[in-house]
Ligand binder design. Structure first.
Ligand code: ADP
Length: 263
């Protein structure tokens, strides 16, 4: 396992948004978190990356309790791309990607040649190198998302967490981002963990699916194991019609109706 979450409780003030969650994120795979808005997916992702404090329970990284690992060391192992990150005004693509090297910099020292090589590699890998001197704010949504992924890649971590990386993108750009993530997973062996809303994308690109409802883990497993009518009824309150993909390797949701009004 890459990450193991045991009896985790995460709260905002007195409100335990996640009362007690346990789950496993397999190493070298693509894991997709799915569930309705507000069920706690982002909160869980942030708690795993230690951006949010944990009230109870533990997160283990490669078997080691994360609370024993310093924030700087965690940043060398886990990169997180939040939902709609804010682009600093006037920043160039190369400069933004260079922020990925922060965890490796010593106080008062700048970037070294190795850092520049990694920044260039990350930009080439994500297809943003040709825009390296352009301002990030002038890029399209899909291009900008690739720049953020380049930043995360420059951090040279084994694990990449992404919170809804495809939101606001059209279908072609959604697929481009998901294919890029799959490629990074295959070629660079990065463990990818993504919160995603599009059910069929989660099924098609995920090796491991985690379904969350009201702060609880409802199910986890391969798309074939966990994506069926009963689980989707519980997860989204929808009646889904599913077929198998051409090779039968994953289900596809071809139709759905709402069973009751969503909150
Ligand atoms: P999801 O990612 O599944 O949409 P979130 O993790 O963003 O869900 O939110 C889970 C719950 O926690 C929601 O009820 C939301 O209103 C609440 N919440 C999220 N962020 C905060 C915050 N900073 N302070 C208080 N409550 C929050």
């Amino acid at each position: 396992m890459s990450i193991e979450v045991k009896d985790l409780q995460v709260a905002y003030g007195d409100h335990a948004v996640i009362p007690c969650a346990s789950l496993n994120i397999p190493k070298g795979k693509v894991t997709m978190f799915i569930g309705k808005n507000g069920c706690g997916k982002s909160t869980l992702l942030k708690a795993i990356a230690r951006i949010l404090p944990v009230s109870k329970g533990q997160v283990f990284l490669e078997g080691q309790p994360m609370k024993q690992i310093s924030q700087k060391e965690i940043a060398k192992k886990i990169a997180i791309l939040p939902q709609s990150p804010i682009v600093p005004e006037g920043i160039s693509v190369q400069k933004l990607v260079s922020y990925g090297r922060f965890p490796y910099q010593k106080p008062f020292s700048g970037l070294c040649q190795q850092d520049y090589d990694i920044i260039t590699w990350a930009m080439k890998k994500t297809g943003v190198y040709e825009w390296k001197d352009q301002k990030v704010e002038a890029l399209s949504g899909g291009q900008r998302q690739r720049v953020w992924i380049a930043l995360a890649l420059a951090q040279k971590t084994d694990i990449l967490l992404l919170d809804e990386p495809t939101t606001y993108l059209d279908i072609a750009h959604q697929l481009e981002i998901l294919e890029l993530l799959k490629q990074l997973n295959k070629e660079e062996k990065v463990t990818i963990v993504t919160v995603i809303h599009e059910l069929n994308h989660a099924i098609k690109f995920g090796d491991h699916i985690i379904g969350m409802k009201e702060g609880q883990i409802l199910f986890e497993g391969s798309p074939k194991e966990v994506i069926h009518q009963e689980n989707l009824r519980h997860l989204y309150d929808i009646e889904a019609t599913l077929i198998q993909s051409e090779k039968g390797s994953y289900p596809i949701c071809i139709d759905y109706t709402l069973l009751k009004e969503t909150k």
